[in-house]
Ligand binder design. Sequence first.
Ligand SMILES: Cc1cc2nc3c(=O)[nH]c(=O)nc-3n(C[C@H](O)[C@H](O)[C@H](O)COP(=O)(O)OP(=O)(O)OC[C@H]3O[C@@H](n4cnc5c(N)ncnc54)[C@H](O)[C@@H]3O)c2cc1C
Length: 397
Amino acid sequence: MSRRGRADISDVVVVGGGIVGAAAALGMAKQGMSVQLVEPRRPEPWDAERAPDLRVYAISPASQALLERLDVWSPIQSRRAQAYRHMEVWDAVAGRPVRLSAHESGRDVLGHIVESRLLLDVLWSALQASSVRLRVGISAEGIDTDNAARQTRLLLSDGTTLSTQLVVSAEGANSPLRRAQGIGTQGRDYAQQGVVCFVQTELAHAETAWQRFLSTGPLAFLPFGDGQCSIVWTLPAPEATRVCAMPAEAFETALERAFDARLGRLRLCSERVGFALRMQVAEQMVDGPLVLMGDAAHAVHPLAGQGVNLGLADVAEWLECVRHALSQQLAVPSPRGLARYARRRRSESWWAAHTYDAIERVYTAPQILPSLLRGQAFSLLATSARLRRWVVEHASG
Ligand SMILES: Cc1cc2nc3c(=O)[nH]c(=O)nc-3n(C[C@H](O)[C@H](O)[C@H](O)COP(=O)(O)OP(=O)(O)OC[C@H]3O[C@@H](n4cnc5c(N)ncnc54)[C@H](O)[C@@H]3O)c2cc1C
């Protein structure tokens, strides 16, 4: 039975209006569910005249397909989305560069680089025009479940409560609701930071996402508009602090050297910010009425640029689960549907997190054997079109 029309009761409350929570709320509302969204801060509007957002995402074709279904891809693409059709990856110590191209897998693009602020702005505009009831300026503090009455109350920071059947936590990696429910996490702190900034490159980026593996961590140059690249430079935390504080010219020289000057001279054209990196996977993705999505469920190393893509894959699976429930005249997914969502998404995110973690360990290990192994891996990838196609398929979702 739908609760539409009653302000304090809904089928689902989504907690967290980041990209994952906003997409989930919009998708459920489009399927006819009554949805509320709780978020402490309304996102900043995107403005073409302002400097681009330092946080950009490599949106995979699978994520693009979801955003198309939500009718938000076209406004994103028409504003500022940089397609990339190639990836070039190489190791600072061993092996030759490997070039992956979309056409090798019969695709037009490998993905698009999109600013976080633009994605959020477009998703929130769509939310405002939808039936989702937005509760902005407050946060969720806990869940109170009455199993006998099959009713859940979400406790909010303003002292009020919301009655619902399910709560989706898309609260990001620190998820207060996941903690309050006592759901543990596994993972590790990388003691690294991802330093992000924009640079103007002397040579054209050629619609290529570049990544050089260094013993300190990977360095990515993601193609952007106006001859610029967005940088994600993974470094041990003290080193990241040091490069962020360097004078611009010294930073440009250090970055050119770290990138083997593949795109010629570089000019810094933004501030530099470091993000702490950790790997974290929740032990459960569903607990009673609480469903985890996005970074609340899994945070991964940015070396494969898959964090938001994994979160949007959660949303796609969840919307499939909802579609199935509604086709059976249920207001929300059954416990069996919830278990299927949890099984599928936990397994994929667990593998992704541990695969990227293993790659990170092999690259930062000082011993000779890992460097020989990675040399072999690169040679194999360079010579095997089949393996390259497999990598492209995997990266595309
Ligand atoms: C350096 C770096 C580079 C990255 N590069 C990429 C990339 O290229 N591609 C990619 O896919 N990913 C990338 N990521 C990962 C990406 O940033 C995250 O995966 C993504 O932001 C997760 O989105 P989310 O919506 O799950 O969480 P968040 O973006 O963290 O949003 C959580 C939201 O929940 C709200 N919230 C929190 N607690 C509460 C509460 N109690 N009540 C109500 N609201 C609450 C917050 O205000 C926030 O709006 C990168 C990460 C880093 C650090």
